[in-house]
Design a protein around this ligand. Structure first.
Ligand code: WTA
Length: 670
């Protein structure tokens, strides 16, 4: 049924001979999570969340209403309460006497380090908020953040939140074009960027992409951006537009260290984060304040068993993705955690860099993606074995299904055969973790995200929206509103309704296939729509197809996500060249040149992360009589499988043509 079943080849076996790992009595005795939470939440779900909101969040004005679902599917949670996200993440810890606690151990890729306490963070965020206010940012504005993984990235997000301005972080791997469309869609007033960052041992540039993104283009006017604030990280020369561009250090260092937070309503926008959908245009997922903070704090505390006074937490995600928002910035800081932030890649300058960092800081909770675990498996277990990983006590996984083999390796090699593993299912749209084992409570099953968290109504339904029995498969849905749910797609209420609420009226359709085993545990099986999951990153097939056909060489394109041992899925593109270029692909050299041109073109249109791993030049594409491309057949070709049932093809000889015309795999240079 779905694309990524093949990443869990032994699923069927596992369902029969499941080996579960019950929590150790010692872990269970000290765990934050308790089995009774499920009963509490089941008794009164809404009241359960109200209790979490009162306990985990500090309100300026306490709320009296919990959930208002009268304008479904746009929820209101805690609507008459007021609060500030940055105050909750920083100031209240300082007020509680924890100013000297380390908030961030920063580790730059070149090896430079910086230690930031909660008191430091309060000063920095307040200054940055004053600096942004002086540049005209006020409550209700949008600010785009396009930065590498730096302390300033966290400070910038919190400074926006402090002012009541919504941040929209754009991953630094996106191109100028992708950045431009996000800036325009959000109507951003200001962009925060850097000269560049360190990646794979060399400085890479960021500011040129911003300059290009906000300039007039193809007759389209310049964007709404009034100022660009630039963090200096790499000492690279940058082009400068006087009056528009401002150095972060000039603006922030000159600013006052006191700033009164803007007290906003619980439903005030906190951020917009763009994510790929089934159509070409990315969706601006809107999150608001009170409910989002409640659920990120709750899940961070209970799913990772955070003990703020003693743990050192590390999430390897980038702040450009939702995992960085919820589990680097808001969840951990709300809980007063000490965390590691690392700028670079896991294999620079050597393949043990992550484990060296774990050893150096005594990391006790570690959260990463299956793709990274599979890469480490490939590099060999002797690499982590060189480091002392005994501080680790909880391991997490996110972003894609984790195959049981990777799960077992993660536990044995990284977790010394003793740490609980939490496989956490959630999405940009859900804002926080929705399905996961609870460490200390759940007996963990390799490969399964298992159980909806307390207060979450996740279930698997069939085509008619009927819940499937244990042992059955279907679609993952969320049957009741939850505090950190998206409040819409920025500027497009209808698309929000159509995308998530129309497949099964009144309930949220996640876009994932899922299965329940005989114990009722949930196994995620990958996307059922045209969204691919490459290294835990969401990419849209349509978006990449549009990028390809915007090149003059290409007449038609079809993109599929093909199973890949390390990245889960890999982008494979089939293209038909325009008549006048068709003979260019007749030599090996010519087709290699075309592949390179097109891969670079996709990188320019979207970003290097979207570059197809393989591009196959074909004479025709398999289509049904109604003209729909049969991606299923292309996936068979891309995965070197026997091509499945092709009887509905308009022209059944097309598949022979494609298979005989297969090009060599392209070298992956991402
Ligand atoms: C997939 C990332 C299986 C899923 C937090 C979802 C997962 C999409 C898991 C959201 C998991 C995420 N097991 N699949 N533990 N976690 N996914 O918005 O297909 O970048 O719909 O959010 O990733 O990706 P997004």
């Amino acid at each position: 049924m779905t694309d990524s079943q093949s990443t869990s080849p032994s699923l069927e076996n596992l369902l029969h001979e499941t080996r579960a790992f019950p929590p150790s009595p010692e872990f269970a005795a000290q765990a934050n999570a308790q089995a009774s939470m499920y009963d509490e939440a089941a008794t009164d779900r809404v009241e359960f969340w109200a209790r979490q909101a009162r306990e985990l969040v500090t309100w300026k004005t306490p709320f009296t209403q919990t959930l208002d679902w009268s304008e479904a599917p746009v929820a209101k949670w805690f609507a008459d309460g007021t609060l500030n996200a940055a105050y909750n993440a920083v100031d209240r810890h300082v007020e509680a006497g924890l100013g000297d606690r380390v908030a961030i151990h920063f580790e730059g890729e070149p090896g430079d380090t910086r230690t930031v306490t909660y008191a430091d963070l309060q000063r920095e965020v307040s200054r940055a908020a004053n600096a942004l206010a002086a540049l005209g940012v006020t409550a209700g504005d949008r600010v785009v953040i396009y930065l590498p993984m730096l302390v300033e990235s966290v400070v910038a997000m919190l400074a926006c939140a402090r002012l009541g301005a919504a941040h929209s972080v754009v991953f630094g791997g996106f191109s100028a074009d992708a950045l431009r469309s996000r800036i325009s869609d959000a109507g951003a007033k200001l962009v925060i960027t850097a000269d560049g960052g360190y990646r794979r041992g060399a400085p890479s540039a960021l500011k040129p992409a911003v300059d290009e993104a906000i300039a007039p283009k193809d007759g389209e006017p310049a964007t709404t951006v009034e100022h660009v604030v630039v963090v200096r990280r790499t000492e690279q020369d940058v082009a400068w537009t006087e009056g528009r561009d401002v150095w972060w250090h000039d603006a922030v260092e000159a600013a006052d260290t006191f700033h009164e937070p803007a007290w906003v309503d619980a439903e005030h926008p906190l951020f917009i984060l763009y994510t790929s959908g089934t159509t070409g245009k990315p969706k601006g997922i809107l999150h608001t304040t009170g409910g989002y903070l409640t659920q990120t704090a709750f899940t961070h505390k209970n799913v990772f068993d955070l003990k703020a006074e003693s743990d050192v937490y590390w999430c390897t995600a980038d702040i450009g993705w939702v995992t960085g928002h919820s589990y680097i910035v808001y969840g951990p800081l709300l809980n007063g955690a000490t965390q590691v932030i690392y700028e670079g890649t896991p294999d620079t300058p050597h393949r043990g860099r992550w484990w060296e960092i774990v050893q150096k800081y005594g990391v006790s909770i570690f959260y990463t993606a299956p793709t990274a675990i599979r890469a480490c498996m490939k590099w060999g277990e002797e690499i982590p074995a060189e480091f002392d990983l005994s501080s680790l006590r909880v391991l997490g996984s996110v972003g894609e299904p984790i195959n049981p083999e990777a799960w077992m390796w993660y536990r044995r090699v990284i977790g010394s055969d003793r740490t609980p593993i939490v496989d956490t299912w959630w999405q940009t749209e859900t804002g926080a973790i929705m399905i996961s084992p609870l460490p200390g409570v759940t007996a963990a099953k390799p490969g399964s995200a298992q159980v909806p968290l307390p207060g979450i109504a996740a279930t698997v339904v069939d085509d008619e929206a009927r819940p499937v029995p244990d042992g059955g498969g279907g679609y993952l849905v969320l049957a009741e509103p939850w505090p950190s749910m998206l409040r819409g797609i920025w500027g497009d209420l209808q698309r929000f309704k159509d995308t998530y609420w129309s497949r099964f009226p009144g309930i949220y359709f996640a876009g994932d296939g899922a299965k329940k085993d005989d114990d009722g545990d949930i196994w995620l099986l990958g996307r059922v729509d045209d969204v691919m999951n490459v290294s835990g990153h969401r990419l849209s097939t349509t978006e990449i197809e549009s990028a390809l056909v915007s090149n003059e060489l290409v007449a038609e394109a079809a993109v599929v996500g093909a199973a890949d041992e390390v990245s889960g899925q890999a982008v494979v593109a089939f293209v038909i060249l325009r008549g006048e270029h068709a003979d260019q692909a007749s030599t090996d050299e010519g087709s290699a040149r075309i592949e390179k041109t097109l891969r670079d073109h996709v990188a320019k249109e979207i970003g290097p992360i979207a570059k197809p791993k393989r591009i196959l030049v074909v004479a025709e594409l398999p289509k049904t009589r109604s003209g729909k491309i049969m991606r299923r057949l292309l996936r068979d070709v891309a995965e070197n499988r026997e091509v499945g049932d092709a009887t509905t093809l308009a022209d059944s000889s097309v598949m022979n043509l494609i298979q005989t015309g297969l090009a060599k795999p392209t070298e992956d240079e991402n």
